[in-house]
Design a protein around this ligand. Sequence first.
Ligand code: ADP
Ligand code: MG
Ligand code: ZN
Length: 506
Amino acid sequence: MATAPSSASPPAAARYEPVIGIEIHVELKTASKMFCSCARDIRDAPPNARTCPVCLALPGSLPVINRRAVELVIATGLAIGARIALVTRWERKNYFYPDLPKGYQISQYALPLAAHGRLAFETSRGEVTVRVARAHLEEDTARLQHATDATGRRVSLVDFDRAGLPLMEIVTEPDLHSAEEARRYAEELRAVLLAVGASDAAMERGEMRVEANVSLRPAGTEGLGTRVEVKNMNSFRAVERAVEHEIERQARALDAGQPLVQETRGWDDARGATYRMRLKEDSDDYRYFAEPDLPPLHTDPAWLERIAADLPELPAARRARYVTSHGLSPYDARVIVAEPAASALFETLLAGGLEPRTAATWTTGEYLRARNAAGGEERPGLDPGWLGPQLVELIRLQAAGRLTAASAKEVFAALAEDGGTTTAVVERLGLSRIADEGAIAALVERVLAEQRQALADLQAGKQQAFGFLLGRVMQASRGQADPALARQALAAAVARTGGSERGGEG
Ligand code: ADP
Ligand code: MG
Ligand code: ZN
């Protein structure tokens, strides 16, 4: 772990047991918003372009439930073994804030769509299972942006594009006991969300927002201590560091006899510390009441069965299959399964007849590196359906000795960057290894014609001249000539001119 306590005291874990519960908000991957027909994908939209009377809360507008959003919550619930409510209802969660056009958020409180699920995941200390208390559906708020205007005044701008996006909130029981467990839970949940197609869950884009509730209790006791909610973590690493930091901060406070207060703290990734955002009184009074503009929601069993039948292979099952049927290490299996695109590529490589270890090495190495470097940008070159067959061809060329390992990586980089086919890229970059004896002999003749002095030196017995001439032949082939064939061809040509044949060894 990167974060270490500054004092020389024994680690907090020895004196206190951390207790952690996690709330995760996920933007669902629907076509339209939660209660209106505005487009859900707002990535390229200018501020306030994706709005309508419903998501701006103009008087007289009425919400309509997005069926697909409900299905995605049900699918997620089924994937974590949750019970799906047969009837749920919508409630108004009332509070005032400039990012909330209605002055309330439509949410679910008493009757969440899914409840009592569980999720298991691997940690360095073995498998851990967390109970998931609930998964419910609600709408996102608008986005506030703080700026300075032309006259230097500080202003707050509101972008309502995000208002009304479908949001699923998933809440665990306080079952987690370390920063690593918190991170691994979030990673595993993301893998499930991606597999189910519920969300792209890109943390850096705010599509998956993790909040960790952290408290400590004396080791060996069962009660719950005062909890602090930590937010604003936008990577898995940040989740782990923030929880680790918060555990240490609370341990130091308790050691010093300072009582903790229930509060919300933000994570400052650059400083590596949490800071107070607001004190959280126990009873935020949201005055929940039933949403009068929407009827209760009934989920009939036939619908649930259809959604269950459509569930894909889930991450845990897929990892197990990769380990047992394909001989991957548990680590490689986890890395590949964490990204559906990587998984799809791996499967395409297997279908193309590649050996699983080779397929895994390319997938976890070059492919995921290129994908991470692209920063979530969707490029045709990274699309597994297209890249898979090209990569099969590329790996074949390398295995057949037609491309060096370095050239193969260069071709891969070009494929991932711009698309194209392996054949075209190999040709464009001039990388195909020259193993044609006629072509090499022609290069040798050209070099000997140009380097008369070196040839004369060699004929006079200066053996270093052979290495020099061979270097020129390789250079003339732009490094692509098969070195053994080039050496043979040069030795043969020199012999024909009546000079020394030596230099062919080594
Ligand atoms: P709220 O909605 O006000 O944040 P909840 O009771 O729904 O409160 O709890 C939110 C999260 O906090 C849940 O994941 C729960 O498991 C966790 N939690 C509750 N009490 C504690 C505690 N004492 N320590 C750590 N986590 C807690
Ligand atoms: Mg909370
Ligand atoms: Zn709208």
